[in-house]
Design a protein around this ligand. Sequence first.
Ligand SMILES: Nc1ncnc2c1ncn2[C@@H]1O[C@H](COP(=O)(O)OP(=O)(O)OP(=O)(O)O)[C@@H](O)[C@H]1O
Ligand code: SF4
Ligand SMILES: [Mg+2]
Length: 337
Amino acid sequence: MASKNILVKVNSLTRIFDVSKPWLNRILEREKKQFLRAVDDVSFSIIEGESFALVGESGSGKSTVAKMVVGLLDPTKGSIIIDNIDISDKNKKEELRKLRAEIQMIFQDPFASLNPRWRVDKIIAEPLKSFKLEKSEKQISARVDELLSLVGLDASDGRKFPHEFSGGQRQRICIARALASKPKFIVCDEPTSALDVSVQAQILNLMRDLQDEFGLTFLFISHDLSVVRHMANHVGVMYLGRIVEIANPKVLFENPQHPYTRMLLDAIPDLEMSNKERKPIEGEIPNPIDPPSGCTFHPRCPYADEECKIKIPAPINIKGIMVACHGVARGRIPAKQ
Ligand SMILES: Nc1ncnc2c1ncn2[C@@H]1O[C@H](COP(=O)(O)OP(=O)(O)OP(=O)(O)O)[C@@H](O)[C@H]1O
Ligand code: SF4
Ligand SMILES: [Mg+2]
């Protein structure tokens, strides 16, 4: 068997936002500058043809990671290597130009990301033109028809405007546009969370089929663990800007290690109908401008001790699971019931 090729490697990625009040207000109110660590020392790899999911509650830093990975936002620290190219390497202009066509992004709100005044065929043709992928108008039109059919739409849909479609169909249009440049890697930020559950499943199935057909690699972002369960080869759980656990979804669902992963799983409606009691997520996410010391989960964690309040837990590897928790490292978290 051929060895697995790492397509995306994210190392110690960190993004700090300056969220200070304007200078004059700070002087008058005698306030210091304020910084928000939206993403803190995040590392993961994605194998070519696989999906890596990031999950976590609102504000945990998922979209900030996504924006950095596609180059929409510069990291404060850390590196992103895609197809062996460091995307911050300004000396590699030509390689980066080529790489840009290989990376696409699909957003949560398909309506906001489609120009309402353009017909769908023009929207899908736009990347073909900007990356100069097809030469003649005839070739462009044939490719647009092919892309529409790939996502389950009709060639005649190309003459319509985005508002003439349902939410699910609009997401299909976004997927067709993302596929236009024959990308290797697609970052999907909550691609189905604005859709009804039944439509969600159809779009997820379409994405999986396209992944199989074209060998696509996905970074898949969702606040919903049950959505990533069947989409991802590996799942990274984020809490306040950090990844606290990475495991394959089967292991994560059956044997979650980190207390926060357990809390998220306990809150999922019971899919297996085993009469398991559903527990709501307890406590609030702390203010990210002034996060708790040590393990930032400690005020919500039933297993927290003195060490947790002082020291940031380093990630450890247990049988292929990456987990950052003092309790797990010291064997004080009881086995999951
Ligand atoms: N441009 C910005 N300026 C200042 N703070 C920001 C900016 N973008 C994000 N943040 C903050 O960074 C943190 C992480 O935000 P992010 O949007 O990455 O979270 P998320 O996990 O995608 O949340 P959601 O599930 O709500 O989409 C939040 O506290 C957010 O308020
Ligand atoms: S490090 Fe401590 S506080 Fe943080 S999750 Fe583990 S046991 Fe809980
Ligand atoms: Mg987000």
